[in-house]
Design a protein around this ligand. Structure first.
Ligand SMILES: Nc1nc2c(ncn2[C@@H]2O[C@H](COP(=O)(O)OP(=O)(O)O[C@H]3O[C@H](CO)[C@@H](O)[C@H](O)[C@@H]3O)[C@@H](O)[C@H]2O)c(=O)[nH]1
Ligand SMILES: [Mg+2]
Length: 275
């Protein structure tokens, strides 16, 4: 009789512990998921046109640096019917990393960089948006720095700058450097935006701020970047700057041509006259 009672007691004791462990594990899970839910979500927009060789590398680097920083994120690829098969590569990446991490939002034709961003924003589920080039000119290692500055100063926008501190440009020929410097100099002179790199396109925005800016922007091409900062200043949004290194692409070609430069000059004068 006595050994039986001891056995029953031992069994209830064991079941009791099992119950406590189970309940604790459940509560930890709840705490963990509440913590993740309250975290920010970052939507990274990658516009692509003929980037089949660059896309796998940039995605790998993004996953590496964002996972390392334990961030919640999604990568939205906006491909404009690239003839080199970029979309097929993007589909393979989606199979590898999953549909939650890699979101595909292709378009039927090459409709321009500015509208590619607008298209991406419509499908973004994050409360912060990161805009960057897909050709490895913008290194994902800078993203955690953008986020840290945004959090520290509670900023609306953080923009990468090639023209402050340790920032710089590598691999461009003299002509391209002149175009970039010239565009920045003229914009600074005419618009006085109080931002050192107006034409750069590596940026972090609060989503609602970006939506507001986009609704006020008239530019469609590369000049879109400059207009966003000018409009942000108009609306008194706060902007921080992080020095970045911009390295010219290894694979493929730049899509910036004479038409884009002409558009830039036209829109610069328009902004000068209207703001
Ligand atoms: N979807 C889509 N993507 C495009 C298009 N045009 C360009 N892209 C993508 O946009 C990114 C930048 O294009 P590049 O052609 O590599 O630009 P860049 O000459 O290197 O110019 C860079 O520097 C300029 C400042 O000096 C920036 O103004 C510009 O945004 C970009 O960062 C790349 O990922 C490219 O595939 C388009 O029409 N549609
Ligand atoms: Mg480029």
């Amino acid at each position: 009789m006595i050994p039986e009672i001891i056995f029953v007691n031992k069994q209830t004791e064991f079941l009791g512990w099992k119950y406590i462990v189970k309940t604790l594990t459940k509560s930890f899970d709840v705490v963990r998921s509440v913590k993740t839910m309250s975290q920010n979500i970052y939507s990274i927009l990658l516009p692509t046109f003929n980037e089949k060789d660059n896309l796998p590398i940039i995605v790998w680097l993004l996953v590496k640096y964002l996972d390392q920083s334990q961030l919640n994120y999604e990568i939205i690829i906006i491909d404009d019917a690239s003839p080199d098969g970029t979309l097929d590569v993007a589909k393979q990446l989606q199979k590898i990393y999953g549909e939650k991490k890699i979101v595909l939002r292709p378009r039927e034709a090459k409709l321009g960089l500015g509208t590619a961003y607008i298209h991406g924003i419509k499908h973004a589920s994050g409360n912060f948006i990161i805009i960057m080039d897909a050709d490895l000119s913008h290194h994902p290692k800078f993203i955690p720095e953008f986020i840290e500055l945004q959090k520290k100063e509670n900023l609306d926008i953080v923009t990468g700058t090639r023209y402050l501190g340790d920032g710089g440009v590598f691999g461009w020929d003299f002509k391209r450097k002149l175009v970039s410097r010239g565009a920045n100099f003229l914009s600074q002179l005419l618009l006085r935006p109080n931002c050192s790199d107006l034409t750069g396109s590596f940026r972090l925005y609060r989503k609602d701020v970006l939506q507001e800016l986009v609704s006020r922007c008239v530019s469609k091409g590369y000049v879109f970047q400059m207009e966003m900062i000018v409009r942000a200043r108009e609306l008194n949004y706060t902007i921080g700057e992080i020095p970045i290194t911009f390295v010219d692409r290894v694979y493929g070609q730049s899509k910036l041509g004479g038409t884009e430069i002409f558009q830039f000059a036209k829109n610069l004068l328009y902004l000068f006259a209207t703001t």
